[in-house]
Design a protein around this ligand. Structure first.
Ligand code: SF4
Ligand code: SF4
Length: 199
């Protein structure tokens, strides 16, 4: 009989202990408030540490299209579209895409840049509804967004995919150069005059 009472006491006390812990956390949730009450994302974005590696910051006006960042990337997720500059030397960068479905945020693309036009930024809000949205063309983003002063959001990313007008149109091919006269002469000499036949 004593054992039976002891077991009943143990069962009731352990259930009460468990329920106390559950209720304690239940009320603590109200006390500390939900995460979204502290950080009203996206209106009030979460502050990150200075060395946080978020989405890149890129300055198209400085980039010389040298490809060093793309070559340093261990997962080959930087795609640069460039054309030889029709005026002067160097390249014109028409596209600078980073595929964030592959990027591992290692920052290895930052150090080799000779003109310091790519950095890891503090943006982290690039959520989107398809994998296409993870490919960001920094050359088509507004400069303040690409350089990290404004936020990267799905609307901006969608805007980066709109090609309003061609960035560069291929000029018509020049006419082919005339054939050199010297090459035509021996051919004319070898040709027998009109009406003359070989014996
Ligand atoms: S952070 Fe790393 S993985 Fe991402 S683009 Fe730069 S080099 Fe490539
Ligand atoms: S290394 Fe710098 S300058 Fe060269 S292509 Fe990349 S971002 Fe542009």
């Amino acid at each position: 009989m004593r054992t039976w009472f002891r077991d009943v006491y143990r069962a009731v006390s352990t259930v009460a202990q468990g329920m106390y812990i559950t209720l304690w956390y239940f009320f603590q949730t109200y006390k500390r408030k939900a995460f979204t009450q502290h950080y009203e994302f996206p209106e009030l974005p979460l502050a990150v540490k200075p060395r946080y590696r978020g989405y890149h910051r890129f300055d198209l006006t400085t980039c010389i299209g040298c490809d060093k960042c793309a070559r340093a990337c261990p997962v080959d997720c930087i795609y640069i579209e460039k054309v030889k500059n029709p005026v002067g030397k160097g390249f014109r960068v028409n596209g600078f895409k980073i595929d964030y479905s592959k990027c591992i945020f290692c920052a290895l693309c930052v150090d080799p840049c000779p003109v310091d036009c790519i950095f890891m930024g503090a943006n982290y809000d690039i959520s989107c509804f398809s994998r296409d949205g993870l490919v960001v063309d920094y050359a088509k983003l507004p400069l303040d967004v690409a350089w990290g002063h404004a936020t990267l959001n799905p609307t901006s990313i969608a805007a980066s995919k709109i090609v309003l007008e061609p960035v560069w149109t291929k000029p018509p091919d020049p006419p082919p150069p005339p054939k050199p006269a010297a090459a035509a002469k021996p051919a004319a000499a070898a040709k027998p005059p009109e009406g003359e036949t070989k014996a």
